[in-house]
Design a protein around this ligand. Structure first.
Ligand SMILES: N[C@@H](CCC(=O)N[C@@H](CS)C(=O)NCC(=O)O)C(=O)O
Length: 204
């Protein structure tokens, strides 16, 4: 098994945090996305979407999409469970995971890509779309604040993959000068707690 990654990027960080929370490590190979290594024919044969992270399996199959990769690790290494244990818990984690992904990560990624123009060598950057994505992204913060005011973690009482996704989403938001301060007391409380977990503390 081998993980193709650009360690500094959010979706690779998501998989690394997931592995660290599981107490797993696997061989890795660096793909420099800024230099366009992911656009090369050889890598695109491995990765359906031509993006990192991509996981190579021992049978020669490949998986891309960070959440699919995390799901695979959960299946082969079920403990500690990060996708939930009971029927309801699994559904709640899936629900929050999708909210964070679709109403958070996708929008903040679009804001960064179109306003900071990090991949202008390979896509048209549209400033108006960047500002609109940023505006739409901000709407997720009150939802997370309310959820974390009522629950210890994003999907309820257990730490899950949805917390890892929320962490990387807020890390991306900080690149657009959106900082979590006392305006968001519950998110702030959660961030402090999360950052003390060994997998997260190792980042700083
Ligand atoms: N939905 C995908 C997104 C993957 C993605 O956007 N990866 C970025 C790094 S975080 C990338 O490979 N960017 C290079 C490019 O866009 O050319 C996932 O969760 O894995």
């Amino acid at each position: 098994m081998k993980l193709y990654e650009t360690p500094s990027t959010p979706n690779c960080l998501r998989v690394s945090l997931f592995l660290a929370e599981k107490g797993m490590d696997i061989p890795r190979e660096i793909i420099d996305v800024r230099a366009g290594d992911n656009l090369k024919e050889d890598f695109c044969k491995k990765s359906v979407n031509g993006l990192v992270p991509t996981l190579e399996l021992d049978n020669g199959d490949y998986l891309c999409e960070s959440i699919a990769i995390c799901r695979y690790f959960e299946e082969i290494h079920p403990h500690p469970a990060l996708f939930g244990q009971s029927h309801l818990e699994r559904a709640q984690i899936e629900m929050w995971q999708r909210i964070i992904e679709l109403q958070g990560i996708v929008l903040i990624a679009q804001a960064i890509r179109n306003l900071k123009q990090v991949y202008k060598d390979r896509e048209n950057c549209i400033e108006d779309w960047g500002y609109e994505a940023l505006l739409r992204f901000r709407k997720i913060l009150p939802k997370i604040e309310a959820q974390l005011a009522a629950h210890q973690y994003i999907a309820g009482s257990s730490f899950s993959v949805a917390d890892i996704s929320t962490f990387i989403m807020l890390k991306m938001a900080s690149k657009m000068e959106i900082e979590i301060d006392q305006q968001w007391p519950s998110i702030h409380r959660w961030q402090k707690e999360i950052s003390q977990r060994p997998a997260f503390a190792a980042l700083s």
